[in-house]
Design a protein around this ligand. Structure first.
Ligand SMILES: Nc1ncnc2c1ncn2[C@@H]1O[C@H](COP(=O)(O)OP(=O)(O)OP(=O)(O)O)[C@@H](O)[C@H]1O
Ligand SMILES: [Mg+2]
Length: 292
């Protein structure tokens, strides 16, 4: 239905050329929902603009969110062969955004309008898409089904951008990575071999905190630093051999700060990817307002 081959775009500016898009290729099958996902400035809008000029969306007396919904409705009512959407839900409040997300998904699946969607919101991309292309610096760095990208990110950048993760460096050994004061049993991505350095990708929602050891594989003792109540679970930070792991505990678990705990890392949910030197942007951490 749509095939883009080696797309490249350079903008001329006063200070020379800006390479906005670099060798981008992808195919969208008929009736599929395809998303370009990536951080600000990575080239999503430029890619979409290269596919077609954007409509200019004249209804100035409406709010930004209303204009967005109107533009979406106008586009859908024509039942186009190809629908190009650039962050169409970005101006809506959180509740409306969630509702529109469901409606858009239902509508696209029902009408089977081939869609290319641009967003920097990973949850939106996972929710809506049949396939996602993750972009970085004008290039597509990984492409696939949402669940495959989430479960098997090809780089630290992708793992960090698509979902939450703690990254732990270590040396690769047979069947695992030497780290956290022991050996973490895990899946090794293709490019990772014993003797090399790797980054363990640990998704917080797949790591569990217990007050006592359970005799499961990949259990590590640590000290609980944070246990914040979030309704359906406790959001935890555990210090394991000097590394702070984010993890979850049952909402009714009686856990307190500085308590000795055990973290369970189910081996099937731990992935080692090549350590190419990439590190996540460090976030300022404040535990001041934590009551536990
Ligand atoms: N008209 C222009 N002239 C010069 N440079 C441009 C122009 N439009 C975009 N760029 C540059 O091209 C790169 C990609 O921009 P683009 O708008 O495609 O990013 P984006 O992924 O859509 O970002 P965002 O999520 O912030 O919308 C950026 O470095 C941007 O500064
Ligand atoms: Mg954009």
């Amino acid at each position: 239905m749509l095939e883009v081959t080696a797309l490249r775009k350079t903008y001329a500016t006063g200070r020379g050329g800006v390479r906005a898009v670099e060798d981008v290729s992808f195919t969208v099958d008929e009736g599929r929902f395809y998303t370009l996902l990536g951080p600000s400035g990575c080239g999503k809008t430029t890619t979409l603009r290269c596919l077609a000029g954007l409509e200019s969306r004249p209804a100035p007396q409406l709010s930004g969110g209303q204009q967005q919904r109107l533009a979406l409705a106008r586009a859908l009512v024509r039942k186009p062969k190809l629908l190009l959407l650039d962050e169409p839900l970005s101006n809506l409040d959180a509740k409306l955004r969630q509702r529109m997300r469901i409606e858009l998904r239902e509508l696209q699946r029902r009408l089977r309008i081939t869609t290319v969607y641009v967003t920097h919101d990973q949850a939106e991309a996972l929710f809506l898409s049949h396939r996602v292309a993750v972009m970085q610096n004008g290039r597509i760095v990984q492409e696939g089904r949402p669940r495959d990208i989430y479960a098997s990110p090809s780089s630290g950048f992708v793992a960090d951008f698509v979902g939450d993760a703690t990254f732990v460096p270590g040396d690769v050994v047979e069947g695992g990575v030497r780290s956290l004061g022991g050996i973490v049993r895990c899946a090794l991505s293709e490019a990772v071999a014993p003797g090399t350095r790797a980054l363990l990708v640990l998704r917080p929602e797949r790591i569990f905190v217990h007050a006592a050891a359970r005799g499961e594989p990949n259990e590590f003792a640590g000290t609980l630093r944070v246990a914040a109540f979030l309704g359906d679970h406790l959001d935890c930070v555990v210090d394991v051999a000097g590394t702070e792991l984010r993890a979850r505990a049952h909402p009714t678990a009686e856990l307190g700060r500085d308590q000795r705990v055990w973290v369970e890392l189910p081996p099937e949910h731990c992935l080692a990817i090549p350590d190419d030197g990439w590190r996540p942007r460090t976030l300022a951490r404040t535990f001041d307002d934590d009551e536990s």
